[in-house]
Design a protein around this ligand. Structure first.
Ligand code: ADP
Length: 303
């Protein structure tokens, strides 16, 4: 599908929010198309929640526009929110209810049979419906929020760090559910502070740092960047104290070998390696986390 015939479901233009003098998010421009799973990545404090809360009208941006389903969300947000499922990063619930009572109460806001979906989702995510909300762990509270967001079959899911606190089995079940949602046409906007989490799931990612978008990429494009991780094993007795290779970064030399990142045409690396006293060499694609660190973070600063 070309860019021109895809339907933008979530669009922000120069969205900016300051808290007093401190920057929450600045000039955030994003476009998420129908049926995409879109990752929104950045370290804690980068501005993900500020952007998401502005999109949903939970806080008022200082500047910029938000369109949801091609309509001006800042003017008619309430009607549009009916079509949205939202998992906030911070959860707060009514005291004293059981999980079942809370989910039934949530489902009653909608007319499309959400009640019937409570039990199957709870089973898949291993959530005990009879427990009191107050007694739940963070992970179980997240499950409640996820199910609440899914019950009314939304057209757009906005998920703010939805997996924090979920164990790996439940995470993979949750990803399975998201893929099913995508198949039925739902658009998903998913924030996380780890790129590796979303790389399996998302079609595109936007990376936000210090309030500003620093990169938007197709996941496949990120992988195609000319970056390789290499691991070298030296021949016995041939340890080297330094290696002078072009295009190398993050070089670590040990007694037995060396490892690092190479940026450039891989044939140049092979030529250079051929000059070294090697027993073995392994070349592999770096993780997306490493790619991001290499290209977009300041020296030494982590994502
Ligand atoms: P993220 O979701 O990426 O962790 P946030 O959007 O929560 O980031 O925060 C972005 C910046 O805005 C941070 O510097 C944070 O301290 C600040 N911030 C967020 N909420 C508030 C608030 N209610 N009052 C003041 N500053 C805030």
């Amino acid at each position: 599908m070309t860019e021109s015939n895809r339907i933008p479901i979530l669009e922000t233009t120069n969205l900016t929010k300051y808290y007093g003098k401190s920057r929450g998010a600045e000039d955030v421009s994003l476009r998420v198309y129908q049926g995409e799973i879109y990752g929104f990545i950045g370290p804690n404090g980068a501005g993900k929640s500020t952007t998401i809360r502005s999109i949903l009208g939970l806080i008022s941006p200082d500047r910029g526009n938000v369109k949801l389903f091609e309509e001006d969300a800042l003017k008619i947000g309430a009607r549009l929110r009916q079509k949205i499922g939202f998992v906030p990063s911070e959860l707060s619930y009514y005291d004293g209810l059981t999980v079942k009572q809370l989910l039934k109460y949530s489902a009653d806001f909608y007319e499309n049979g959400g009640q019937a979906r409570i039990a199957p989702y709870s089973e898949r995510l291993k959530l005990d419906l009879n427990r009191k909300i107050n007694d739940l762990s963070l992970g179980n509270r997240k499950k409640v929020a996820i199910i609440q967001a899914l019950l009314h079959r939304p057209e757009l899911l906005i998920l703010d760090e939805p997996t924090s606190g979920l164990d790996p089995l439940i995470q993979s079940r949750f990803y399975e559910i998201l893929r099913e949602e995508q198949k039925r046409g739902c658009t998903i906007f998913f924030s996380s502070h780890t790129l590796s989490e979303v790389e399996r799931l998302c079609n595109r990612v936007a990376i936000i740092k210090e309030g500003c978008i620093v990169n938007i990429s197709e996941i496949d494009q990120l992988r195609k960047l000319y970056l390789k991780r290499f691991r070298l094993l030296f021949k016995k007795g041939k340890s080297l104290s330094e290696i002078d290779l072009k295009g190398i970064s993050e070089l670590k030399i040990t007694k037995q070998g060396a490892e690092g990142l190479f940026e450039g045409d891989v044939r140049d690396l092979m030529k250079q390696l051929a000059e070294l006293p090697l027993e073995d060499a392994v070349l592999e694609d770096p993780s997306l986390e490493e790619i991001f660190m290499h290209y977009y973070s300041d020296r030494g600063e982590s994502l």
